[in-house]
Ligand binder design. Structure first.
Ligand code: FES
Length: 586
């Protein structure tokens, strides 16, 4: 019955009995309530042949008309259903919040926990035995996994897959990264309005999520490294025929997972999370992965801290030569061997015993994996960076930590001392950044506050603060920037992010004045505000908390219950692995 033997290994050979299926409580009983379930199922044209003795598989689909990364999910649902039917299951589609990164304001991060709650409650309250989670656009991946983990039923993740490379004339364009690059060039007068319009038309040309190593590519790779996808699923471009076949295969596999009672807790061990962190580093992945992995681990009852990331970062080289840390894009990465190829170069750094959705260990799934292009997926002796895609710094400015993507930063700024120029809000930053009366030079430290989980609200991706126009025109391409915001995984530059505690709850960031000296030292993992303690005490005594953003609605939950960045920004009442009671049968 999917029980564990004395070694803790799950017996996958003895399947569940049909009467032990969750859905049997709805369809299989002989009482007043089950009469209602069956008669209403017949109302939608179903019959006993559809449900009797079959696992009910929910397909959680984050498609919407305004989710360009998931455009193909309407077709892929049909592929997943095909697979479920082939394996003898009963598929049902459940639409869920699409969390469309390009459109939702102020930021999809504000709603990650809402999707997680929705998924958890959909799964718990319906006659569902297993689920296929369809996501890929940034926050959908962690949200779907967080919800399914808390619901505690067999789950498999189907990544949306990256879109194809963009193009402008002879130039290959990457999501996000090239937006920031050409926006700066436009502000500096280096490209025309016509050029800018052509780039707008060429940068996103197919279904799929961003094809740089942004948050989407990072988090779908995380899902695979955790063991929640079939091998190789995360690298397949959305538009490829392989993607449709992977969708059907995922549908087939979830049916077997139900019979074998393979639960998220069987897969989401500390070893799996360490594997995922290792893969994030080797990919040069997004800083957002830190927040999401801590939140996901919290749902599985696994302790994970920012210090774990820093420790792994020091020993894992960056091997994926993908923008923004490298040169290529995700379709080239797929052709070069994809994530399986990359992981095959890390056997000593990964726990190969960690179980995956196909019932096999990670190492077994990597048998036969090859790399076809050593420039795209580098050998260990010739990495993109010898260590440290990401670093965690602490100090008097960030007592609970802050994060920097060192692989996308300017090396000379990784040890830097400069005077602060402070912006209290995004609006104030946009007003002042090009004001020539504000004393800013290339050694200044740009500080944005009020952009954290509560202050933002929702921790928007404002952490790549703009460089003043006059400095851009003088050829300055990077400056030290510090904030309690997040940054798009497609962004680059020397940007210290996720400063915790955030300014809105009275962290030291709230006390910085224009002209204060700040020191960043990556070798020492330090971020310090050089202001005497008694002066900081005086400033703290005068500090008042900002007025709450929300007076009603979902935002109240955010204000009252969200944790800080170093704790994963989950809601306090959702963290933890204690189960929630199954719904009563009446
Ligand atoms: Fe969806 Fe980038 S906009 S992944």
């Amino acid at each position: 019955m999917g029980q564990c033997d004395e070694k803790g290994l799950k017996d996958l050979e003895t399947p569940l009995r049909p009467e032990a299926l969750r859905s049997h409580r709805w369809f299989g009983a002989n009482d007043l309530r089950s009469f209602g379930h069956r008669s209403r199922a017949r109302q939608i044209g179903l019959g006993t042949e559809d449900w009797a003795g079959k696992p009910v598989i929910a397909i959680i689909n984050t498609w919407s008309d305004l989710s360009p990364c998931h455009t193909h999910f309407r077709d892929r649902v049909a592929d997943v259903k095909r697979g479920v039917h082939q394996a003898g299951g009963f598929p049902l589609e459940f639409p869920a919040l699409s969390l469309s990164e390009p459109f939702q304001k102020p930021t999809t991060m504000l709603y990650r926990n809402l999707l997680a709650m929705e998924v958890e409650e959909i799964l718990r309250s319906h006659p569902i035995d297993g689920c296929v989670l369809m996501g890929g656009c940034d926050k959908t991946t962690p949200a779907l996994i967080m919800g399914a983990t808390s619901a505690g039923i067999p789950s498999i993740f189907l990544p949306a897959g990256p879109m194809l490379s963009g193009r402008w004339r002879q130039t290959v364009l990457g999501s996000g990264s090239d937006v920031w690059k050409y926006w700066d060039q436009k502000r500096a007068g280096m490209i025309s309005e016509e050029d800018w319009a052509e780039i707008e038309s060429g940068i996103a040309r197919s279904p799929g999520h961003c094809m740089t190593m942004g948050t989407a590519s990072t988090m779908t790779a995380v899902a695979e490294a955790l063991g929640l996808t079939l091998p190789g699923a995360s690298s397949i471009p959305a538009a490829y025929a392989e993607h449709a076949r992977m969708a059907a295969a995922s549908g087939r596999r979830i049916v077997d997972m139900v019979w074998q009672n393979v639960l998220p807790d069987d897969i989401l061990t500390r070893a799996a999370f360490m594997n995922a962190m290792t893969v994030v580093m080797a990919l040069g992945g997004s800083t957002n992965a830190i927040i999401h992995l801590i939140a996901m681990a919290g749902r599985a009852g696994v302790e994970l801290s920012v210090d774990d990331f820093d420790e792994i970062s020091r020993r894992v080289p960056v091997l994926a030569n993908i923008r923004p840390s490298g040169a290529y894009l995700m379709d080239t990465f797929f052709d070069a061997g994809g994530l399986r190829g990359l992981m095959s170069r890390l056997p000593d750094l990964l726990d190969g015993e960690a179980m995956t959705v196909n019932g096999r260990g990670l190492a077994e799934n990597l048998h036969g994996a090859l790399v076809y292009d050593d420039d795209v997926i580098r050998e260990r002796g010739n990495p993109v960076a010898h260590e440290g895609a990401l670093a965690v710094v602490k100090g008097t400015l960030a007592p609970d930590g802050a994060v920097i993507k060192t692989s996308a930063a300017t090396p000379r700024l990784l040890r830097h001392r400069g005077r602060a120029v402070v912006f209290d809000s995004y609006e104030q930053m946009m007003e002042r950044i090009d004001d020539e009366s504000v004393p800013i030079d290339q050694d200044s430290v740009l500080v944005l506050r009020g952009a954290g989980p509560i202050g933002g609200p929702g921790m928007p991706e404002w952490g790549q603060l703009p460089i003043p126009r006059r400095l851009l025109q003088a050829g300055v391409t990077d400056m030290l920037r510090i904030s309690d915001a997040r940054m798009s995984g497609t962004s680059y530059g020397t940007c210290v992010l996720h400063v915790a505690p955030e300014a809105a709850v009275g962290g030291p960031l709230a006390l910085v004045h224009d002209g204060d000296e700040i020191v960043l030292d990556i070798d020492e993992r330090r971020l310090d505000l050089l202001v005497a303690p008694d002066e900081l005490d005086r400033r703290r005594a005068k500090w008042t908390a900002p007025r709450p953003t929300f007076q009603r609605g979902f935002g109240i939950l955010v204000q009252d219950s969200i944790t800080q960045a170093h704790q994963g920004c989950d809601f306090t009442f959702l963290a933890g692995a204690e189960g929630t009671p199954e719904p009563a049968i009446h």
